[in-house]
Design a protein around this ligand. Structure first.
Ligand SMILES: Cc1cc2nc3c(=O)[nH]c(=O)nc-3n(C[C@H](O)[C@H](O)[C@H](O)COP(=O)(O)OP(=O)(O)OC[C@H]3O[C@@H](n4cnc5c(N)ncnc54)[C@H](O)[C@@H]3O)c2cc1C
Length: 135
């Protein structure tokens, strides 16, 4: 899960710089509130993903038994919120976000794996709801 959190850091840095450099209507696009909110959402999602992943990693390092609820929550946040972050990142880049010449389209494809690999988002919800039902 941590590579996805690292990917979000890359996206935050790339989007921050691009939105400072890209000028539309005579202003850098990061002066527009719609872009500012997307940047803020990227940071919010990355912090939430980081905290939940760290919780699982900390428990593992401490020798505690795997907490399936915590693990599935972390995986679901990294996967599903990570996809929102990736989609917003592409949106900030506009058309340049879509083409291969800029690295951000790769981020979108990589983020999608977070919803599929190592247990799909559907399976994480299955695990979470099953634990909720049993306890
Ligand atoms: C780049 C990449 C790297 C990978 N690396 C590895 C690896 O190193 N090791 C490894 O073991 N696997 C690896 N995988 C495989 C990955 O774990 C599987 O693709 C993933 O578990 C989903 O399985 P599937 O593709 O068979 O999809 P399916 O099981 O066919 O699922 C298709 C869709 O149906 C949903 N679905 C299936 N069953 C249910 C259900 N009961 N209830 C609700 N929804 C359901 C799924 O959530 C998904 O949305 C990798 C995949 C990719 C793309």
């Amino acid at each position: 899960m941590s590579p996805f959190v690292g990917g979000m850091q890359f996206a935050i840095e790339a989007c921050t710089k691009y939105s400072q450099d890209r000028v539309q209507f005579g202003k850098p696009i990061n002066s527009f509130q719609a872009i500012q909110h997307k940047l803020a959402d990227l940071k919010i999602i990355q912090e939430a993903a980081k905290m939940t992943v760290y919780r699982v990693a900390h428990d593992k390092d401490s020798g505690k038994p795997l907490n399936h609820m915590h693990t599935s929550i972390a995986k679901a946040i990294v996967g599903d919120w990570g996809m929102k972050a990736a989609s917003d990142a592409v949106q900030i880049f506009g058309g340049y976000g879509y083409i291969h010449e800029y690295p951000i389209e790769r981020f979108l494809r990589d983020a999608k794996l977070g919803q599929i690999g190592g247990g799909t988002s559907e399976m994480q919800r299955f695990i979470i709801s099953r634990i909720l039902s049993y306890f």
